[in-house]
Write a protein that binds this ligand. Structure first.
Ligand SMILES: Nc1ncnc2c1ncn2[C@@H]1O[C@H](COP(=O)(O)OP(=O)(O)OP(=O)(O)O)[C@@H](O)[C@H]1O
Length: 465
């Protein structure tokens, strides 16, 4: 076995280490084990490994803090980071350290084996360890697999200037993703400038983007700097790019190709150094097919497509987002509240067609309107009813009502749920049908499809006439 690749596995949890070690050895690798950060760093200095698979949180400190130094002494050892700290910051720190990949825990052993095999065969040039940044403010909340996938893409975009096109439904967080790409990259200290194409009158788009000289058009009383100028050295975020008029698209394409632009009404040529991130909630290929978006501009912007998942595809993030927005509510001067576990379950079942923005507004509304310090199921349901009335659609329906009823009950309560729920449903059902038949029990029984005597007995049980 001495010729097979040698892996150092740094993992303080014995059970996890045993499983990973067995799986790697089963695939033919030699595996050495380090249970602390200090042991890991000492072993890296003392022997040559082809690959380090390392956890992040160790009893003797954060595994990232010493990793760059420890790797500097190795002969280009590849790294796979495995961590339960599933934040964007972890993905970015892993990428910055030149790690081959980052696997959020829990992960699939097959996935680890695939990543290990790929890391063994990768090009040596991919291993340039970069500076390890300090963890910044956490912008994006979410730890579900779709968010992990998104973090990995963002981390890979941090150290280059490739154009990015962000897709995703309205309110999913596209602008936040653009900010995260900016903040985690080398332009972080330079401006991030956002412009929403849908919000600018057609005639003003070019002057908004490139600025104008005094007197360039009626009303241009002073010289202004456009967004390209404001974003110089940083990132320009073009939101709702699908709404950009065709002539402005042509101009933008020219600027992206040449790296130069002139203000409207001016002849001075300026060089531009901005990273372009565009976003659209509409499908740009569809707009291209309809002749409303230039195909060449689409390809220029779509160098790296990034898809932001809808909230209903990551319901597991809803609780964390709710807590995040409840803290945010206090920053906005709204009352501090907590939320019951049952109410959270109800919120998690919603579809949230307006995505995170709708959830955020919902939480703020609850903070203002709910009585008491804790939102309960009834508070949440009352707000859903309001939302249904506002949208004219069925937000929750009978499934939601049953979920809410169940959520009010202790999970350990057993034995009577079925009868209790039927009794709860029977009363309004009977009342409604008897109302329709003017109190005629025979016709009500026919409509209900049950025996008249059965109906009579049940009515007596509910004290209904
Ligand atoms: N993952 C997230 N963590 C925390 N807040 C989020 C997250 N995603 C979205 N938000 C919040 O939801 C709101 C909407 O996000 P954002 O404006 O980025 O969405 P968008 O996809 O750009 O929307 P639109 O398509 O309408 O422009 C913002 O207040 C943002 O802060």
């Amino acid at each position: 076995m001495s010729g097979s690749p040698h892996i150092l596995l740094a993992e303080d949890d014995n059970a996890v280490a045993t499983v990973i070690q067995a799986s790697l050895e089963g695939a033919g690798y030699r595996v050495a084990l380090a249970e602390t950060r200090a042991a890991r760093d000492a072993m890296l200095a003392g022997a040559a490994y082809d690959l380090l698979i390392t956890d992040v949180v160790f009893p003797d400190g954060n595994g990232f803090d010493t990793l760059a130094d420890a790797l500097a002494n190795t002969d280009g050892c590849s790294v796979i980071v495995v961590s339960a700290q599933n934040t964007l910051d972890t993905a970015i720190r892993a990428a910055r350290l030149g790690s081959y990949d980052y696997l959020p825990k829990p992960f699939d052993l097959d996935e680890l084996l695939k990543t290990t095999a790929a890391a063994m065969h990768r090009e040596a040039s991919a291993a340039e360890p970069a500076q390890d940044p300090d963890g910044g403010e956490q912008l994006l909340i979410g730890r579900t697999p779709p968010m992990q996938a998104l973090y990995r893409v963002i981390a890979r975009l941090a150290d280059n200037d490739l154009a990015v096109l962000i897709g995703g439904e309205s309110g999913t967080g596209k602008e936040l993703v653009a900010r995260a790409i900016h903040q985690s990259g080398q332009r972080a200290q330079r401006p991030f400038v956002a412009i929403n194409m849908a919000a600018i009158p057609r005639d003003l788009v070019e002057s908004e983007l490139f600025g104008h000289e005094r007197g360039a058009f009626t009303g241009a009383n002073a010289r202004t700097e456009g967004r390209f100028g404001q974003a110089e050295g940083g990132t320009l975020f073009l939101d709702e790019i699908g709404d950009m008029p065709l002539d402005a698209q042509t101009r933008l394409l020219r600027v992206l190709q040449s790296g130069e632009y002139s203000p409207v009404g001016g002849s001075e040529v300026r060089r531009s150094d901005v990273r372009i991130i565009a976003a659209s909630h509409r499908s740009l290929p569809d707009l291209v097919a309809e002749g409303r978006f230039r195909e060449d501009l689409f390809y220029r912007l779509n160098v790296v497509p990034v898809a932001v998942p809808a909230l209903r595809e990551r319901r597991g993030d809803i609780a964390g987002l709710c807590r995040h927005f409840m803290v945010g509510a206090q920053d906005r001067g709204l009352p501090a509240k907590t939320i019951s576990a049952a109410a959270l379950k109800l919120i998690e079942r919603q579809d949230w067609p307006g995505n995170v923005r709708e959830l955020e507004n919902f939480v703020y509304r609850m903070c203002v309107l709910a009585r008491g310090d804790t939102f309960g199921v009834s508070d949440v349901r009352a707000q859903f009813v309001t939302a249904t009335d506002e949208s004219g659609g069925d937000v929750d329906g009978i499934d939601g009502a049953i979920a809410g009823w169940l959520a009010d009950r202790a999970p350990s309560a057993t034995g009577a749920l079925y009868d209790d729920l039927l009794a709860r449903i029977e009363r309004p059902l009977f009342e409604y049908v008897l109302g329709e038949t003017g109190g005629n029990q025979l016709r009500a029984a026919e409509r209900l499809g049950i025996n008249r005597n059965t109906l009579r007995k049940r009515l007596a049980r509910h004290d209904l006439p």
